[in-house]
Ligand binder design. Structure first.
Ligand code: DX5
Ligand code: ZN
Length: 235
């Protein structure tokens, strides 16, 4: 049985009231807090860094899922580990030495994710998949919240599901597939059936006043997913 997790992205929260927003989605039933870090260099937007991460960390006990959209990556790892990150994901294009960056994150006792842009092929995973805890599949181009889900992501997820299942069988270690961008109640079931375990949702959660209702309706849709069919379709 796969466990489905919902990770609201703070990018769409009210930045003037971040602590309240975090408490609100925690009470609303979120599983992880997704923390988007943008540097106006790797992506054309600028958000927040480790200082804000550590400032809001005391306001929830949920895992912090830090998504680095920055280059370089390595100089930020220690600070985010210190700031309370539980997962740190980075983009392979943003690191000169992907294998080294994975080892660096792991050395801080933080779970490691590799983030794949819509045009990044699954082949970047060839020599590192067994080292990862999370594969973060971008279903929009990184940089902004509120974009539309790119449909070809579903095919990518199905192919990735097969590889991830085979890898987990071989290693006996858990490995999660996370999807990020344009996820909402109306498409979440199809995304889950294609193979995702963790669902980042920014505007679909923070863009509405009743966050508990938003998360409940996503969970309602997820409950309809026939995983068996999803796996069969993936194979
Ligand atoms: C985009 C970010 C996403 C974003 C998702 O670069 O990585 O996490 O916040 O927002 P929605 O759910 O609105 O597409
Ligand atoms: Zn993100």
């Amino acid at each position: 049985m796969r466990e489905f997790l919902i990770a609201p992205s703070l990018l769409s929260a009210d930045f003037a009231r971040l602590a309240d927003e975090i408490r609100d989605v925690t009470a609303a039933g979120a599983d992880w807090i997704h923390f988007d870090v943008m540097d106006n260099h790797y992506v054309p937007n600028l958000t927040v860094g480790p200082l804000v991460c550590s400032a809001i960390r005391p306001h929830t006990s949920l895992p912090f899922d830090v998504h680095l959209m920055t280059t370089p990556v390595d100089p930020l790892v220690a600070e985010f580990a210190e700031a309370g990150a539980n997962v740190i994901s980075f983009h392979p294009e943003a690191s000169q030495h992907v294998h080294r960056t994975i080892e660096l994150i792991r050395s801080h006792d933080v779970r490691v994710g590799l983030a794949l842009n819509p045009a990044t092929p699954l082949s970047v995973l060839d020599h590192v998949l067994e080292m990862l805890d999370v594969v973060l599949v971008m279903s929009v181009n990184p940089g902004f919240g509120g974009q539309a889900f790119i449909p070809h992501t579903l095919d990518k997820l199905r192919r990735l599901r097969v590889r991830v299942d085979a890898t987990m069988q071989r290693t006996g270690r858990p490995l999660q597939i996370e999807v990020d961008g344009g996820v909402k109640a109306s498409n979440i079931a199809g995304i889950a059936a294609a193979g995702a375990d963790v669902f980042v949702a920014g505007s679909a959660v923070f863009g509405v006043s009743d966050r508990a209702q938003a998360i409940r309706s996503m969970r309602g849709e997820l409950a309809t997913v026939d995983e068996g069919l999803g796996f069969a379709a993936a194979k």
